[in-house]
Ligand binder design. Structure first.
Ligand code: AMP
Ligand code: GLY
Length: 425
């Protein structure tokens, strides 16, 4: 099987790395990929925004299956385009990708199918939003969310009325998130621990993957700005068998059935962002793709062929069962450029990668890296994910940080507390 991976981050590196080790995979291509991915896949230049460019690559290279990493091409309809040309692709159609690309759609779908989530109100105008804030319908803090994709920056937790109204104006008047902020969702603030859960669906059936916990804030102890994720570990010790059963029965199954009933069957990776509350697990958000950095800690645990699972998801042949996993904790630490998550400095020479990868139990996945004049240099905010595994979370943390200690580039920043939550659980 010849497989094309779409994207260029550490998540796509983990996907390509896993596929490249499988017997039924003859070749892995990646569009556009990065220098790390080039070690396990043939990278093909392509702009992953417009789906037509990736389609041209898939057709020219006669690939058997395509798998999409990031949400943008999914929300632009890459799956619809491939299907219309008879090409196999593992991912949701544009209509199914609404679960991530419209928070209003996701909330209303959950309401229709009685899936536990924060109480909410969708607002189409500044007046309606400010009236709802003033009415006392939601206690403070209240959560203000831009409806559309906003690269993880569209959520404000507002302590009081003034902050909530400012968040509404930023989205709806100042246009901070462009068209994504023309509608907003007000939400009740949920109290609990956050965890995520992943499944791979084929429209009807689904294979459960693993739970994980991300570290979204830039600084230790969950302080500072929200980022795409500064590190993750898997599985989550909070995901007890009882909680997992609730997530599957109350959330995953009704959402997938609801999507199918409403004519938007969901195929591909479903990322369920959860708040584990005193009343049980509730949905914070859905993503219609694998997580980054969650994929980097989950895929190395997968003890069966990803190529087979993806092929079955693309063709509607997936058996409903848990995928096979080695239950060995994995911890991933993101090494980021100075300035991330705002404007980042790039072009800094990176050293020590081979030494890091040489630490027993460690893996190095590339994100924002590039080759320039024979050197590996930084080329983005999140530069590398260093993953460690071990018999315990403590061991996995130690391996990840020992490996990370070999890597150097000017301005490198990373959290020192990734995985600590797992020790306290
Ligand atoms: P989202 O982009 O919807 O995942 O939101 C980003 C982050 O905001 C989440 O990871 C949570 O930490 C927080 N958040 C979002 N919605 C809520 C909520 N209803 N209650 C508490 N925290 C929330
Ligand atoms: N790690 C968060 C995400 O992939 O959206």
């Amino acid at each position: 099987m010849k497989i094309l991976v779409v994207g260029s981050g550490a998540r796509e590196h983990a996907i390509a790395w896993k596929l490249a080790r499988e017997r039924d995979v003859s070749e892995v291509l990646c569009a556009p990929g990065n220098p790390g991915i080039a070690a396990c896949a043939r990278c093909v230049p392509a702009n992953v925004g417009p789906p037509e460019e990736v389609l041209a690559v898939a057709q020219r290279e006669a690939v058997d299956l395509t798998v999409v990493g990031p949400e943008l091409p999914l929300s632009l309809g890459i799956v619809d385009l491939f299907l219309s040309r008879g090409l196999a692709i593992a991912g949701p159609t544009r209509a199914a990708a609404s679960l991530e690309s419209s928070k209003a759609f996701a909330k209303e779908l959950m309401a229709r199918h009685r899936v536990p989530t924060a109480r909410f109100r969708v607002c189409e105008s500044v007046g309606a939003a400010c009236a709802a804030i003033a009415s006392g319908e939601f206690a403070f803090p209240v959560v203000v969310k831009a409806d559309g994709l906003a690269a993880g920056k569209g959520v404000v937790i507002a302590d009081g009325r003034a902050a909530a109204e400012a968040a509404v104006r930023a989205a709806m008047v100042e246009g901070r998130f462009g068209a994504s902020g023309e509608r907003i969702v007000l939400e009740e603030f949920l109290v609990g621990h956050e965890a995520s859960y992943f499944v791979l669906a084929d429209g009807t059936a689904f294979a459960t993957l693993s739970s994980a916990q991300d570290h979204k804030r830039i600084f230790d102890d969950d302080r500072g700005a929200n980022t795409g994720g500064m590190g993750a570990f898997a599985p989550s010790p909070l995901m007890t068998p009882e909680t997992e059963r609730q997530v599957i029965d109350r959330i995953v199954r009704p959402v997938l059935q609801g999507m199918e009933q409403e004519g938007r069957p969901f195929r591909g990776f479903l990322y369920v962002g959860l708040m584990l509350t005193a009343e049980g697990p509730k949905v914070v958000e859905f993503n219609v793709r694998f997580g980054d950095p969650e994929a980097q800690v989950i895929l190395p645990m997968l003890d069966e062929d990803l190529s087979w699972l993806l092929g079955a998801a693309a063709t509607g042949a997936l058996p409903s069962r848990p995928a096979r996993f080695r239950e060995e904790p994995h911890v991933g630490v993101v090494l980021a450029s100075a300035g991330y998550p705002e404007v980042t400095e790039t072009g800094k020479v990176i050293t020590g990668i081979d030494e890091a990868a040489g630490v027993p139990g460690a893996l190095v996945f590339h994100a924002g890296t590039a080759r320039r004049d024979g050197h590996l240099v930084t080329a983005g905010g999140r530069v590398l994910t260093i993953v460690g595994r071990g018999p315990t979370y403590r061991d996995a943390i130690d391996v990840a940080y020992r490996a990370a200690s070999h890597v150097r580039f000017e301005g490198m920043q990373y959290r020192r507390d990734i995985g600590r939550k797992a020790l306290a659980t």
